[in-house]
Design a protein. Structure first.
Length: 134
């Protein structure tokens, strides 16, 4: 793990939450992006080296919609940057962590991503992410 890349926060209304976090952080979001494979719209803020990713469900069966229904709005995941996602996934699996996806998926902000099941990480959803070189 190289650094905490971002903190993901599940929100009901991206527009309302963008205004709220702009007030809190004193800076506007720098990017809004739809991730169709995950059924979410995302909005990113950057504070120093760390990003805040707001996640709004675009489908009632999405993981974010289910999360909000069960737990309400709030911190959804912690994302850690890795230089080689395949190596990191293999290492995590060898150490007994359960991967939610067996191959990396394309995520927001030009990343390859993989999640670790929270049942194996003290209830915290962990995302591994690697920047895609284009």
């Amino acid at each position: 793990m190289e650094k905490l890349e971002h903190i993901g926060i599940a929100v009901k209304d991206l527009a309302v939450s963008n205004q709220l976090f702009e007030k809190i952080l004193g800076a506007p979001h720098y990017k809004i992006e739809e991730v169709t494979s995950e059924h979410v719209n995302t909005s990113f803020f950057k504070i120093g080296e760390t990003k805040i990713e707001l996640l709004e469900a675009t489908h009632p069966d999405s993981a974010i919609a289910k999360f909000i229904e069960k737990k309400g709005e709030g911190i959804h995941h912690l994302a850690f940057e890795v230089s080689d996602i395949h190596e990191a996934m293999q290492r995590m699996e060898e150490q007994g962590f359960t991967l939610l996806n067996k191959t990396p998926k394309r995520g927001a902000d030009n990343k390859l991503i993989c999640f670790l099941h929270p049942k194996t990480t003290n209830g915290v959803l962990i995302e591994l992410c690697q920047s895609i070189e284009e």
